[in-house]
Design a protein around this ligand. Structure first.
Ligand SMILES: *[C@@H]1O[C@H](CO)[C@@H](O)[C@H](O)[C@H]1NC(C)=O
Ligand SMILES: *[C@@H]1O[C@H](CO)[C@@H](O)[C@H](O)[C@H]1NC(C)=O
Ligand SMILES: *[C@@H]1O[C@H](CO)[C@@H](O)[C@H](O)[C@H]1NC(C)=O
Ligand SMILES: *[C@@H]1O[C@H](CO)[C@@H](O)[C@H](O)[C@H]1NC(C)=O
Length: 583
């Protein structure tokens, strides 16, 4: 008897030891292991290599409602790896030797990636959009602003079209100021965008302007947070539209709620704890957490994760000492009209590891994927080291201490000038990385120019969930809109197929495609829409009446990905459009 107990104890201990070592192994060894139980744990997701060479660095990416992704780099890094046979414009032939071989005009710097065919085509850029910004307009056209040199005051449009023949169009109008490392935000006012900041530019401006006299407006927050010796630490400020119609603007460590209609600071928030800086070149990342119909979208919480230690940029530049990045994240409720509301304050927690240049992507489930970046240094040429190869998953609604988990590592470093965007099928497209001012490769380059395109495939896409996944989703707008979209506050119908009873936890989320660069996903937000009725019909069909959000303060007009999430398992998304009544 005693003997039997003894041996079962040994068995138990060995199981615990095996589990412990697998856990430990998985934690310490950042690189994907092809053996061991870790490999079979589908909950960590997996990686897919999509293309070996997209030719241009994915410094900027945005998903269009035509299910393509625009990808572009700067134009001044010399030849890309996408050589053209003929020049754009003149059509003159490009020779593969002589001057043409080093002439940037004989190379593409922008491509359009078609998701379903997994192919790219080159597009023409007329000015340099290096470190620029963008927002989608209500008709799905990308309004893209700023850049460097001759591109710094430029306004470009990209209207995606079905036959993939369309190209960038440059406006003859210009921005009032040079906007290099500025942020763009789509405003509730239809087809109006605000562009905020830029290098040594302490102002914001609107596109388009209300009248021809209108100029840029001074924004003191940008001046007070600027650190000259660190290249700013307040560039690419985090800007989120709060559902009260004001803008949350965060730079370096400080933030305000701002009324752009009156050019007025509505309130000043407390400084975020945790030291260091959060904006370029310290480059942490920020999201607005999912907005929910249960509180009429009126509870608004922002989250900021990662960034660089104080002095990290200078230390990397002057002495090649790469300081450890920040591990901390802060969450703060910036608007709440419930009876439990209290004074806004930051609630801090730690990521599993330090991280900067991290992208934060809100998944259709409402969880936040933290992906790409590095553990040490700062953003900028050759300023960081120790790639962060493992994404983190953050579950905002779990209890504190149980929110973070580690996902499958990738073997590809995604450092400065990398990006990530959510795709309609639920995968996350990952591209870029080029911490050099030219296209560089070779064995002696620690982080070569990275042109491979990958997808991170979250656990929810695993085949074991296929039976739970809603399929065949169709959207039916009210007849009055003549098929053009769902009007604010009004209902529309969604039909889908599910071979089993839907879970009690059935959600309908809407997500506008952000413009992504430098760890910023401009205009990213996720809404949990209100279902007015859910009706299960014969043969597995489910018909749902959904309510469009109450106003463009909650969701600026335009295209959104609609996803049906059944017990945490998302469907493929369909494009949904929110429109103003005048449409
Ligand atoms: C979309 O709207 C913009 C701004 O109003 C306009 O310039 C553009 O021509 C429109 N594009 C299409 C394809 O309708
Ligand atoms: C919160 O705001 C919403 C929308 O403006 C309103 O319907 C609701 O009554 C407000 N609730 C409280 C408690 O003020
Ligand atoms: C960071 O990278 C350096 C050089 O590649 C290496 O020696 C060091 O062990 C790494 N540190 C961490 C924390 O990964
Ligand atoms: C759902 O769509 C697929 C592909 O379009 C089709 O093959 C299938 O029959 C549809 N399912 C139902 C239940 O109609």
């Amino acid at each position: 008897m005693a003997n039997k107990n003894h041996s079962s104890l040994i068995i138990k201990l060995s199981i615990i030891f095996v589990i412990f070592s697998l856990h430990f192994f998985g934690h310490v060894n950042g690189v994907q292991s092809s053996s061991g139980a870790d490999h079979h744990d589908h909950r960590q997701g997996r990686w897919e290599l999509l293309l070996d060479n997209v030719g241009v660095v994915a410094m900027h990416m945005a998903l269009t409602h035509r299910n393509t992704v625009v990808i572009f780099d700067q134009t001044r890094a010399g030849p890309s790896r996408y050589r053209l046979r003929r020049r754009f414009g003149s059509g003159l032939q490009c020779a593969s030797s002589g001057d043409d071989a080093s002439d940037s005009g004989c190379y593409a710097h922008s491509v359009e990636y078609d998701i379903s065919s997994n192919q790219i085509r080159p597009m023409r850029l007329d000015s340099d959009p290096w470190c620029s910004s963008g927002s989608f307009l209500s008709n799905g056209t990308l309004l893209q602003t700023g850049g460097n040199g001759g591109g710094s005051r430029r306004i470009r449009y990209f209207a995606p079209c079905g036959d993939h023949s369309c190209d960038w169009r440059q406006s003859s109008r210009r921005l009032s100021e040079e906007r290099w490392y500025a942020s763009s935000v789509a405003l509730p006012e239809k087809d109006r965008v605000m562009v905020v900041g830029g290098r040594r530019v302490f102002s914001y401006e609107f596109v388009p302007k209300t009248n021809s006299e209108e100029n840029a407006f001074h924004l003191p927050l940008l001046r007070s947070t600027y650190e000259r010796r660190s290249q700013g630490n307040n560039l690419y400020p985090f800007v989120h539209l709060s559902s009260d119609g004001n803008l949350f603007i965060f730079a370096n460590q400080d933030s305000i709620l701002f009324n752009h209609r009156r050019n007025r600071v509505v309130r000043t928030f407390p400084r975020i704890p945790g030291g260091g800086s959060r904006n370029y070149p310290s480059t942490g990342s920020s999201v607005i957490l999912p907005l929910d119909h249960h509180n009429n979208f009126q509870r608004v919480e922002v989250m900021i994760c990662g960034g660089a230690a104080s002095g990290a940029y200078r230390s990397a530049r002057q002495s090649h000492r790469y300081l450890e990045a920040l591990s901390s994240c802060g969450r703060m409720v910036i608007a709440d009209n419930s009876s439990e509301r209290s004074e806004p304050r930051w609630h801090m927690e730690d990521m599993p590891d330090p991280r900067l240049m991290n992208d934060m992507i809100i998944l259709p489930t409402g969880d936040v994927l933290i992906i790409n970046g590095a553990k040490r240094g700062a953003a900028g040429w050759e300023r960081a080291t120790n790639a962060s190869r493992r994404p983190f998953l953050y579950k905002p609604n779990e209890a504190r201490g149980r929110r973070f988990s580690l996902l499958r590592a990738t073997s590809i470093a995604r450092m400065y000038h990398s990006s990530a965007v959510l795709l309609p099928d639920g995968r996350v497209l990952v591209g870029g990385s080029n911490p050099h001012n030219r296209y560089r490769s070779g064995r002696n380059v620690a982080y070569p120019t990275e042109l491979r395109l990958q997808a991170f495939v979250p656990h929810y896409m695993h085949e074991q969930y296929h039976g739970y996944r809603p399929t065949n989703i169709t959207i039916h707008y009210a007849p009055e809109s003549h098929g053009s979209g769902a009007r604010y506050g009004e209902e529309f119908r969604v039909q889908f197929w599910l071979g089993r009873r839907p879970s009690d936890d059935l959600e309908f989320t809407a997500y506008p495609p952000p413009f992504t660069t430098h760890s910023m996903s401009m205009n990213q937000r996720l809404l949990r829409l209100r279902p007015r009725s859910v009706e299960r019909r014969q043969g597995g069909w489910v018909s749902v009446v959904l309510e469009a959000p109450p106003s463009p303060n909650v969701a600026p007009s335009g295209y959104y990905l609609l996803t049906v999430v059944n017990g945490g398992i998302p469907s493929q998304s369909q494009w949904l459009r929110f429109i103003h009544h005048a449409n």
